[in-house]
Design a protein around this ligand. Structure first.
Ligand code: 5RP
Length: 225
């Protein structure tokens, strides 16, 4: 199967996992990226089963609206039952690297409000240790070079993602060569650098369940307790 076919397969598995659990009043959190886009497209035919969605990016909000799904501002919502999103890397503890689509700050915010984070990924994203995929770090533009230097002190080689402005009006640094043996500690350490908006490690609050697309079918992997 191609990577695209695997992404469609896990998007369908997420529909089968989430939709039967939805109530008419439920608001879903929805992520960003090509896998999330397949999920949004398939969600359209189930739009009467739930109330609406909070989107993690302007792009996903536009796609959801086009699919006929009402969009809610997170500030008007108390809690979300599910957050469904892709990832750039996942390990066996369901710690993630996200932000390949420059949306990880809002993704982290929406995910933090959900009772269950359902991650959908093809098996090219499965790793034994996070960090081959450069870690996205969103920065306030005037702090960029100061942040680059401090990421260098942590062993990272930070490269500005050219021409990208996030939905928050900020920039993205892609950080290569980090040793991510302790993702929980590194997530906190990077977030404490002045000028960092957030980084793409999802380890303090990892995914709760991973639907992993393989050519032998979708594996359902729960976060080890
Ligand atoms: C966007 C993300 C995406 O979830 C991640 O980049 C995976 O994308 P795709 O589903 O296109 O492979 O974190 O910021």
């Amino acid at each position: 199967m191609t990577q695209d076919e695997l992404k469609k397969q896990v998007a369908k598995a997420a529909i089968d996992y989430v939709v039967p659990k939805l109530s008419a009043q439920e608001i879903l959190g929805i992520g960003t990226g090509s896998t999330a886009n397949y999920f949004i497209d398939m969600l359209a035919e189930h739009k009467t089963r739930f109330r609406g969605a909070v989107a993690s990016s302007d792009a996903s909000a536009t796609r959801l609206e086009a699919a006929g799904v009402p969009i809610f501002d997170l500030n008007s919502v108390d809690s979300l039952g599910f957050y469904v999103d892709g990832a750039d890397e996942t390990d066996a503890q369901l710690n993630l690297i996200k932000g390949g689509g420059a949306a990880h700050t809002r993704e982290k915010i929406v995910a933090s409000c959900a009772k269950q984070f359902v991650c959908i990924a093809d098996d090219s994203k499965w790793v034994t240790q996070l960090g081959k995929f450069p870690l996205p770090v969103e920065v306030i533009p005037m702090a960029r070079e100061a942040v680059v230097r401090q990421l260098g002190d942590l062993g990272g080689d930070a490269v500005l993602r050219d021409g990208v402005v996030t939905d928050n009006g900020c920039e993205i640094l892609d950080v290569h060569a980090l040793d991510i043996r302790d993702p929980v500690a590194l997530e906190a350490e990077i977030d404490h650098i002045a000028g960092v908006v957030s980084n793409g490690l999802f380890a303090r609050k990892p995914a709760d369940v991973l639907l992993l697309g393989t050519s032998d079918g979708v594996r359902i992997i729960y976060r080890p307790l």
